[in-house]
Design a protein around this ligand. Structure first.
Ligand SMILES: Cc1cc2nc3c(=O)[nH]c(=O)nc-3n(C[C@H](O)[C@H](O)[C@H](O)COP(=O)(O)OP(=O)(O)OC[C@H]3O[C@@H](n4cnc5c(N)ncnc54)[C@H](O)[C@@H]3O)c2cc1C
Length: 601
């Protein structure tokens, strides 16, 4: 009993993974053969590997460049800090001309998860699927099987919802692997924001239900108040009893696909483990689930990509495809920030102690500030007057966050986003010193016109790809966000927020001081300065029919022109969805598993 209690406690504080890794590392055997090799244990990769290994006759290898989750990953309030750890690939964009002016060297930080669980282990845990029109659009662009009616069952298959008031909703399932919960800790500020949004004319809604438009408390991928990543939801529960056919390798970074250039057939991968090169062979398929930056990188390193880029860096061309030619993302404006007359509501995360974290994790599911998902409390989905999209298709999201760069006193968000010191020093430092309650409404645009791209700088598989998101290159994108900022300010003037004294933080953005504070031009300047990605990069291995010159994979997610090679992750999403992208990654993993099963059974 004593041992069991100790084990339970280690499990609860996230130490079991570390012990397992230290005492029983899975050392690869060179030239091992698997039916399926899944590259990348992120949101889609874990889902896929877990589903494929349900068939005990299929041997599956899951290769992950990073290590395992620990106590910090489990603790929702610490989300922002994970970007300062080895669990983040730590990419930056190339310097931007028209955005990220408030970042060092005008480089936007582009974090991605490098750990079992991938980006689902370092993200902000918002659970959000998208608008039915997103998926109907994918289908009508020549991708049969991807309409809303056809993908909804896969969203549901992955979900295990514990959402108050939605127990009977046909849009939620209660028996899937991935736990989706209400955040139990809610501040006075979020109640005021939700009420003010209603006063401003927004309906209360379940943004994963019948209609997205409106305001809602956030739904989170947590279980009993702890982060529920793809690894903890899909792999951890089966890992021990699938030891014979599901082999998981950490710190194993794939460097190249093995391809028979004549038949254009993938038959394995090369990877590095402990500074040594290894080869695994695939009897059936190699599947790239390395995410929106690394899947295209691996294709290109293996000779599949734009002929000009590959020629320039000396990679022999196997098959020409527009890999990385498109890159969409959701840029948002980091603000406006509002101060309030309340006290003790804003969580200053830099003051959270180790003892608090331990006692939080050891307790059942306490509604303390530590369960706050990096401060995100509510979402509002809006339609601006500018939008020409159908009425039920939002173009702006307000993300109500308890805090700002001040709430961690410059120790996490500022560094994670690569903000210049002067942004923190001149706008936020005083707020932190005064422990002033405040909240921020991040304004995110769903359907940007700006299109970025990704390419290889050289043949080094351990180096960074070049990433140019080109945020705000389309002037129109700035105008949408400006409309969103005005909407956020309008909501702040409603009685519920006025009753707590909500008002704009009047500290001008460095670089925009010459413009009249809060004028349209001031906000335009602010948008280009406080440009902050919400990390929803998609379309670098875009899905589309063979006739589509921008497509990299087919609707079955097979790489066009290649055999036994698929991409299964968010890089296949053809256009930016009306959503954060984690839920879609799980859906893609679930759907791919069904497609692969039906192909090989
Ligand atoms: C900071 C941050 C916050 C976010 N917050 C939210 C949120 O709150 N809600 C939301 O919906 N979305 C959020 N997102 C986005 C969302 O989490 C991702 O879009 C989604 O998880 C991506 O899933 P994926 O399967 O495509 O890739 P990933 O989960 O990134 O998985 C890719 C995996 O492949 C591994 N890998 C890469 N290259 C190699 C290689 N060569 N060899 C071996 N392994 C490799 C990586 O280490 C990683 O584990 C956030 C993203 C970030 C970065």
């Amino acid at each position: 009993n004593g041992n069991q209690r100790l084990l339970d406690q280690l499990q609860q504080v996230g130490l079991v993974n570390l012990l397992e890794q230290a005492t029983r590392p899975n050392v690869p055997q060179d030239l091992a053969t698997y039916d399926f090799i899944v590259v990348g244990a992120g949101a889609a990769g874990c889902t896929l590997a877990a589903r494929l290994s349900e068939d005990p006759s299929w041997k599956v290898a899951l290769l992950e460049a990073g290590g395992v989750e620990n106590i910090a990953h489990l603790t929702p309030v610490l989300a922002g800090y994970l970007q300062q750890t080895a669990s983040n690939w730590g990419y930056h964009s190339v310097p931007q001309r028209l955005s990220c002016l408030g970042m060092n060297n005008q480089e936007c930080a582009l974090p991605r998860g490098k750990v079992l669980g991938g980006t689902s282990s370092i993200n902000y845990m918002i659970y959000n699927r998208g608008n039915r029109r997103d998926f109907d659009g994918w289908a009508s662009a020549g991708n049969p099987g991807w309409s809303y009616a056809e993908v909804l069952p896969y969203f549901l298959r992955s979900e295990s919802a514990q959402l108050q008031g939605l127990e009977q909703s046909p849009y939620h399932n209660h028996s899937g692997p991935l736990s989706v919960e209400d955040v139990r800790y809610r501040t006075q500020l979020v109640h005021a924001f939700v009420e003010a949004s209603v006063e401003a004319g927004l309906p209360r809604t379940d943004y994963n239900g019948e209609s997205q438009l409106g305001v809602s408390y956030v739904q989170a991928t947590t279980r009993n108040g702890r982060r529920h990543s793809a690894y903890s939801a899909y792999i951890q529960p089966v890992r021990d009893y699938r030891k014979s056919n599901l082999h998981i390798y950490t710190f194993s970074q794939v460097t190249r696909l093995l391809i028979d250039a004549e038949t254009k057939s993938a038959y394995g991968v090369e990877f590095r483990y402990n500074s040594r090169a290894y080869t695994f062979k695939a009897r059936k398929e190699v599947i790239l689930s390395a995410g929106a930056f690394n899947s295209p990188q691996l294709l290109m390193l293996s000779g599949i990509g734009p002929a000009d880029n590959l020629k320039a860096i000396g990679v022999p061309l196997v098959h020409a495809l527009p890999v990385g030619k498109r890159l969409y993302d959701h840029m948002c404006h980091f603000g406006p920030t509002f101060v309030t007359n309340t006290t003790g509501q804003t969580t200053f995360t830099s003051r959270v102690t180790a003892a608090e974290v331990l006692s939080y994790l050891l307790a059942g599911n306490p509604a303390t500030k530590l369960s706050s998902i990096g401060g995100v409390e509510a979402l509002a989905f809006l339609k601006t007057g500018r939008s020409t999209l159908p009425q039920d298709w939002p173009d702006i999201e307000l993300i109500m966050v308890l805090g700002s760069l001040a709430s961690d006193e410059g120790t996490a968000l500022k560094l994670g986003a690569n903000f210049k010191d002067e942004i923190y020093d001149r706008m936020y430092r005083q707020l932190a010193q005064a422990r002033q309650d405040h909240f921020t409404l991040l304004v995110m645009q769903f359907h940007p016109q700006s299109v970025g791209r990704l390419w290889l700088r050289d043949r080094n598989p351990l180096g960074w790809p070049k990433i140019d998101p080109k945020y705000c290159v389309a002037e129109e994108d700035v105008e949408y966000i400006l409309d969103g900022i005005k909407e956020a300010i309008r909501i702040s003037k409603m009685p519920a927020l006025q009753s707590i004294g909500a008002r704009l933080l009047e500290r001008p953005v460095p670089g925009c001081e010459s413009l009249a504070f809060a004028s349209d031009d001031y906000w335009r300047c602010s948008i280009r300065t406080l440009s902050y990605t919400l990390h929803h990069q998609v379309a670098t291995c875009r899905m589309g029919p063979a006739s589509d010159p921008t497509a990299v994979v087919s609707p079955q997610l097979r790489v066009h022109g290649m055999r036994r090679l698929r991409v299964v992750d968010t890089s296949i999403i053809p256009v930016p969805p009306t959503a954060h992208t984690n839920a879609a990654a799980f859906m893609i993993g679930e759907k791919a598993a069904d497609m692969i099963r039906s192909d090989w059974s």
